[in-house]
Structure formats: structure tokens, C-alpha cells
Design a protein around this ligand. Structure first.
Ligand SMILES: C[S@@+](CC[C@H](N)C(=O)[O-])C[C@H]1O[C@@H](n2cnc3c(N)ncnc32)[C@H](O)[C@@H]1O
Length: 266
């Protein structure tokens, strides 16, 4: 498993509690609303993480069977404990152990950026989708369009000027290209690809909470651990974030692409 895609130990808990409400919950509502409009009977969620979207899918589609999957066992364990309304399984999105043509809707919230081979992942989705089945996914826009990510990148450049980790721009914000999204999905066997740029407001209780989430609850953690003591670096990042975002509760604009596509006839 690539180090940039690993969530181990305390990472699922830090990710869910510190970053979930600020960054992922706003788009979870957007995805659940769109999923409900499609009214599928079977939903496969890929890269489901701690189940922020899963919770809302289960609520929005009470009669659907929701299979939530993730690469990391720690995420699957967390999700299974906190969102029992779905079935949880470990799965690499690039290699699904499911029969072809059986799923009506596939949902992937902020997961495809982590796939080493996205086309392979998209082809797997096309394979498991039923005829006319749909894919719904989200991808972050560039760092500069996301206030918290920009503040983090600036903070890291001050705290670690010699060896600044590039994880944030390279992975979560490294696929912010609507033309490429459209081209990749068309090549993998999708049609009617719609890419909407959706801007929402993120809120967190403090810069400290965001620093704990970014530094301890994402794979940025591994780059920090290679460069020094995680606690000390997190405290310094928190201080820099506070300079940029202010003391007390913080707010920032979030921007992401919400993508819908249909499986093309074979
Ligand atoms: C930023 S989190 C998003 C989690 C969740 N979808 C959400 O919106 O909160 C990215 C997730 O992708 C998962 N992931 C990374 N590579 C994966 C792969 N190859 N297959 C499935 N999941 C993967 C990680 O384990 C992690 O849970």
C-alpha cells in the first residue's frame, strides 16, 4: 500500500473528529442529496473512510443496500462501529471483489486522488455498475481555492522551510482538473459526465483542531514523523494556522468538483 494512502493507529479517529466536520461533512450532504435523487436500490461506496458520507447515504436511502468499502482496515473498523446501517468491507477501489453489472450507484467522496491507477479504478467501477448505473464522486479543487489547505501549505513552508512536505498539493489537491476528469472517465467507459464546481463553507472550533487533524489524521503525518517530533511540529503548525485563520472558531471557503457519470452501454 502506498504510504500516501495509509490510515493506521489513531489516524481514523483524528481524521474523523478533527477534519470530518470541517472539510468532509459539507460535501457529504451534497452527495447524499444527489444520491437520493437517483433512488438506487444498491449503493457501493469506495474509499468510505470513517463513514461521513455513509451515514448520510443510509439516512437518505433507507430502502437501499449500502456496501461501504475502504482500503484501510482501521477505517473499515471505525466505519463498521459507527455506521452499522451499512455493510462494511475492506476493498481496494482498483480491484473489487464483486460480480459485474450488479450495482446501481457507486459513490466515492474525496478518494480517487489517492488511487495510483485511477483509470483502473474507473474501469472497475464501470464493470460492477448495472446498465445505466451511475457514479458520483468528489475531488478537491486546487489548494489556492481552499482556505484551510492554503493556510496549511503556507504554515508548513514556514515550519519546515528546507524539506517542506508536498503531500497536500500533490495528493488531495493534485487532481483538480475538470478536463482530465472528463477524459479519464470517458476513457474508462462512462458517458454523460457532468463536473460541477461546488463552493461551500468549512468551519472548525479552532486552528489547533485543524492542525491536529491535518498533521495527525492524514498521511501528511508520515512526512512530519520523518522530519521531527509529531507533537512539536503539530504545535508549530497550529500556531502558524492561527496567525492566518485567527483565534477561536475558524471559517474558510472550500471548493471541490462534484462529478456524476453514467456507465456507457457496452
Ligand atoms: C480523504 S479520505 C476520504 C474518506 C471519506 N470518503 C470521506 O469523505 O470522509 C480518503 C480515503 O481513501 C481511502 N483510500 C486510499 N486509497 C484507496 C484505495 N486504493 N482503495 C480504496 N480506498 C482508498 C483511504 O483509506 C481514506 O479513507
Amino acid at each position: 500500500m502506498p504510504i500516501d494512502a495509509q490510515w493506521v493507529g489513531s489516524m481514523p479517529e483524528l481524521y474523523d473528529s478533527r477534519l470530518g466536520p470541517a472539510l468532509f461533512a459539507p460535501y457529504a450532504s451534497e452527495l447524499a442529496r444527489r444520491a437520493a435523487a437517483l433512488a438506487p436500490a444498491t449503493v457501493l461506496e469506495l474509499a468510505a473512510g470513517t463513514g461521513r458520507v455513509t451515514t448520510q447515504l443510509v439516512r437518505a436511502l433507507p430502502h437501499a443496500h449500502v456496501l461501504a468499502t475502504d482500503l484501510n482496515d482501521g477505517m473499515v473498523a471505525w466505519g463498521g462501529a459507527h455506521v452499522p446501517g451499512a455493510t462494511w468491507q475492506q476493498a481496494d477501489a482498483q480491484q473489487l471483489d464483486l460480480p459485474g453489472g450488479t450495482v446501481e450507484l457507486v459513490v466515492c467522496s474525496f478518494g480517487v486522488m489517492f488511487l495510483p491507477d485511477r483509470l483502473r479504478g474507473y474501469r472497475e467501477v464501470a464493470r460492477v455498475l448495472a446498465p445505466q448505473g451511475a457514479l458520483l464522486l468528489t475531488v478537491w479543487d486546487v489548494v489556492a481555492a481552499n482556505a484551510f489547505a492554503q493556510a496549511l501549505v503556507d504554515a508548513l513552508a514556514v515550519v519546515l522551510p528546507e524539506q517542506t512536505p508536498d503531500f497536500v498539493a500533490r495528493i488531495p489537491h493534485g487532481y483538480a482538473d475538470p478536463d482530465r476528469l472528463r477524459a479519464d472517465l470517458a476513457e474508462a467507459g462512462f458517458q454523460d459526465v457532468a463536473v460541477d464546481r461546488v463552493v461551500l463553507l468549512g468551519r472548525a472550533p479552532s486552528a489547533q483542531v485543524l492542525a491536529e487533524g491535518f498533521c495527525g489524521g492524514t498521511p501528511l503525518r508520515f512526512a512530519l514523523e520523518q522530519r521531527g517530533q509529531l507533537d512539536e511540529l503539530t504545535a508549530r503548525v497550529a500556531a502558524e494556522l492561527e496567525l492566518r485563520l485567527g483565534p477561536g472558531p475558524v471559517e474558510g471557503e472550500l471548493a471541490a468538483y462534484v462529478v456524476t457519470a453514467r456507465r456507457a452501454p457496452r
